[in-house]
Design a protein around this ligand. Structure first.
Ligand code: NAD
Ligand code: DAU
Length: 343
């Protein structure tokens, strides 16, 4: 029997993880603790809503009393922290919420884990903490984050390590690469481009489109977290990548080809400020635990595209709300001054 508090479990990866764990472990109880920001969505958890082993609590990870109350009430032994502000472009527009949730929220959870003597605190981190890399990063490389988002996540990692070293909190960290799959909010490039293409709207490609990301399918990410929870070494960090490095132009091309859409939908727009050219991870440490990604880039992207084609109800609801305001702020001027580009 394990009782997991999955913070941020109403977001993209957290909701996939909650469903994954409920399916894999019949004896586990999963309590999703989520503030329901713009990115949190109970539609993501509809499939498990009637499962007696699942509970939803609306709460803020920065609220120490609410966190402690949930830990006590549900006899939690393990926290898996997915809760975060997760979008780089929003952190460039305004970083305030990023520091609050990604730094202070992480600290609040660690402090509670220490006081209540939890069995494990697991932090979901990102390959962006290493910054722009020339060769695949290993876990002991220096953290050189370059965006406010990445800096807030790196700060979280440092605090996790400090609580392990100083207070003996049993921590682990996973640093995942660009994850795709069902229920990803359509601000991130793949769901944004897929849903725009389905609506015959322009695809705003930043700069020269030659930036490289490593693409990971969401169930592979969830499986890696599960492996680290059960077999990872306390106090350690683990890289979780898809071994699918691709330039953005290749990703756009494949989306258009799969959906049979014309290449003139792509518009070159003003670049992201401080745009990292490449993220890449060395997976030796995770492989030693017996894990490796199961999805090729083609499988991961095709499955993701098919999900968005078949679940327009999910993303159309999102795209009609607060999203429009954000879209205008982020892309209005960019698209008005964009140019045609051949991909
Ligand atoms: P997401 O934006 O889809 O979801 C974040 C969730 O956290 C939302 O449900 C939101 O309501 C919740 N949340 C935000 N602030 C909160 C607070 N103060 N208290 C409680 N809940 C709060 O994010 P995601 O893409 O699923 O990412 C999950 C985690 O994985 C993040 O920590 C992110 O940094 C990390 N990560 C993401 C990727 C990726 O490609 N998406 C890759 C590597 C790591
Ligand atoms: O690497 C892991 C990280 O991946 C996670 O930690 C973050 O939470 C997640 O948002 C993601 O960050 P990126 O900045 O890499 O993802 P995003 O989808 O925003 O952008 C991917 C690439 O596509 C990047 O090079 C910027 C480019 N892009 C993005 C958007 C939104 C565009 O060209 N146009 C766009 O409109």
């Amino acid at each position: 029997m394990k009782n997991l508090l999955v913070t941020g479990g109403a977001g993209f990866i957290g909701s996939n993880f909650a469903r994954y764990m409920l399916q894999k472990y019949p004896q586990y109880q999963i309590v999703v603790f989520d503030l329901l920001t713009y990115a949190g969505n109970l539609d993501n958890l509809r499939a498990v809503a009637d499962d007696a082993r699942y509970t939803f609590v609306q709460g803020d990870i920065c609220d120490a009393a609410a966190v402690r109350a949930a830990l006590r009430k549900y006899r939690i032994d393990t926290i898996v922290n997915f809760a975060a502000e997760s979008h780089v472009d929003r952190s460039i527009l305004d970083a305030d919420a990023f520091l609050r949730t990604n730094v202070m929220g992480t600290f609040t959870l660690l402090q509670a884990a220490k006081e209540l003597g939890l069995e494990r605190y697991h932090q979901i981190s990102t390959d962006e903490v290493y910054g722009w890399v020339d060769k695949p990063a290993v876990e002991d490389d220096p953290l050189i984050p370059r965006s406010p988002y990445a800096a807030s996540k790196a700060s979280g990692d440092l605090m996790v390590n400090a609580y392990y070293v100083t207070h003996g909190v049993p921590t682990t960290i996973t640093r995942g690469s660009n994850t795709i799959g069902p229920y990803q909010y359509p601000e991130k490039v793949v769901p944004l481009f897929v849903t725009n293409a389905l609506e015959n709207k322009p695809l705003p490609l930043y700069g020269d489109g030659k930036q490289v990301r490593d693409w990971l399918y969401v169930t592979d990410h969830c499986e890696a977290v599960d492996v680290v929870l059960h077999h990872g070494k306390i106090g350690e960090a683990y890289n979780v990548g898809g071994e699918n490095e691709r330039e953005n132009v290749e990703v756009v091309k494949m989306i258009l080809d799969t959906l049979d859409k014309a290449p003139d939908l792509v518009r070159r727009v003003a670049d992201r400020s401080g745009h990292d050219r490449r993220y890449a991870l060395d997976l030796t440490k995770m492989r030693a635990l017996g894990w490796q990604p199961r999805h090729s880039f083609e499988q991961a992207l095709t499955e993701t595209i098919r999900w968005y084609e078949n679940n327009a109800w999910w993303w159309q609801k999102i795209k009609s709300g607060e999203y429009r305001e954000y879209y205008e702020k982020q892309y209005g001027e960019r698209l008005r001054t964009s140019e045609a580009v051949t991909v």
